[in-house]
Design a protein around this ligand. Structure first.
Ligand SMILES: Nc1ncnc2c1ncn2[C@@H]1O[C@H](COP(=O)(O)OP(=O)(O)OP(=O)(O)O)[C@@H](O)[C@H]1O
Ligand SMILES: [Mg+2]
Length: 329
């Protein structure tokens, strides 16, 4: 059913370099959350800290009543079984074929028979579209296939928490769309707690329940999708619209006067955001729903109901038109 992760006052540095400080957020059980942030802001470090691979300087991470930051190696090993992690680089063993890579956690953490392992591995490989590639080595396949193999491996232990580090990077747009649907379907079926790091704004807008944004060593915001999509916070707006104008620069830091001028120009001229954009935050982006036929948990029934209501309202608005005049439809 997924477990809640409660992060409080978390700070991480390497030597004198503070990566982020005083990060507090709760990943609600069974929900999908997305973490955004410019390159180098410590998103991967955050995921590794959650699984206990990196030790924070301060703060706590509470999972199922235990503070992960204070656990001994043995207890940490137990907590890690709750997790499925898709690392940014796939983190496959180069000398093992895909089948053995995906079977690895089952052989390591369970006493399942080889025939049971085979059933699970093939089921997960089928799920991510890798049937037929069992005997390939990681070095012989494309980056996108490696990602999907990493995803299959993250799923074999039926985790309560799944962390995805840029599952969509290096995939073509069609595959990203399939992957997003796969993530939503998975969540509807297994109801685990998901945290996804991504740079793909379209995915961030459609997939999660919650969105967070890391910038300049702080968690700028974390909250429900709709709140972030309609936020006026300059960093949030810039990031979710993929604009150059705003506080985020190529090398991360921009000087305050330049930011002020850019934002003023933006307000004066094009108030609509990106080309063809509808409104700045695009708060009415529909939520991606599980595929028809997928067994949905009660949480998803509720989301689907709300989405249908929203769609009806949207249609009504088109029919009546913003000025009250009937425009047809
Ligand atoms: N083990 C480590 N030792 C020292 N510094 C590290 C270590 N791991 C990460 N860093 C530093 O922490 C910072 C954040 O790195 P991280 O990989 O978390 O960024 P990111 O937000 O995931 O970026 P990207 O979007 O490019 O993947 C970087 O400056 C990186 O050099
Ligand atoms: Mg990263």
């Amino acid at each position: 059913m997924g477990v809640e992760i409660c992060v409080e006052g978390l700070t991480k540095s390497f030597g004198r370099q503070v990566i982020w400080q005083d990060v507090s957020l709760t990943l609600p059980a069974g929900e999908i959350s997305v973490m955004l942030g410019p390159s180098g802001t410590g998103k991967s470090v955050f995921l590794k800290t959650l699984v206990g691979l990196l030790k924070p300087d301060r703060g706590s991470i509470t999972i199922a009543g235990k503070d992960v930051t204070r656990l001994r190696e043995h207890d940490l090993y137990e907590v890690r079984k709750l997790f499925g992690v898709l690392f940014q680089d796939g983190a496959l063993f180069g000398s093992m074929d895909l089948y053995d890579n995906i079977a690895f956690p089952l052989r390591e953490h369970t006493r399942k028979s080889e025939s049971e392992i085979k059933r699970i591995v093939l089921e997960k490989m089928d799920m991510v579209g890798l049937i037929g590639a069992e005997e390939k080595l990681p070095g012989e396949i494309s980056g996108g296939m490696r990602k999907r193999a990493g995803l299959a491996r993250a799923l074999v232990l039926d985790p309560e928490i799944i962390l995805f580090d840029e599952p969509d990077s290096g995939l073509d747009p069609v595959r990203v769309a399939y992957l997003n649907q796969l993530i939503v379907d998975l969540n509807a079926q297994i109801d685990a707690t998901f945290l996804i790091v991504t740079h793909d704004i379209a995915s961030a807008r459609q997939v999660p329940d919650n969105i967070g944004l890391l910038f300049r060593r702080e968690l700028v915001m974390f909250g429900p999708r709709e709140d972030l999509l309609t936020s006026e916070e300059p960093v949030v707006r810039q990031f979710l619209n993929g604009r150059m104008q705003g506080p985020i620069g190529m090398a991360e830091e921009k000087d305050a006067a330049q930011v002020k001028q850019e934002l003023a120009e933006l307000h004066a001229g094009n108030h609509r955001g990106p080309k063809g954009g509808k409104g700045s935050g695009g708060g009415k982006i529909p939520r991606l729903l599980p595929s028809p036929g997928i067994a949905r948990s009660p949480r998803w029934e509720e989301i689907a109901e709300n989405e249908e209501k929203m769609q009806r309202l949207r249609k009504l608005r088109v029919a009546v038109g913003p000025d009250g005049g009937v425009t047809g439809a």
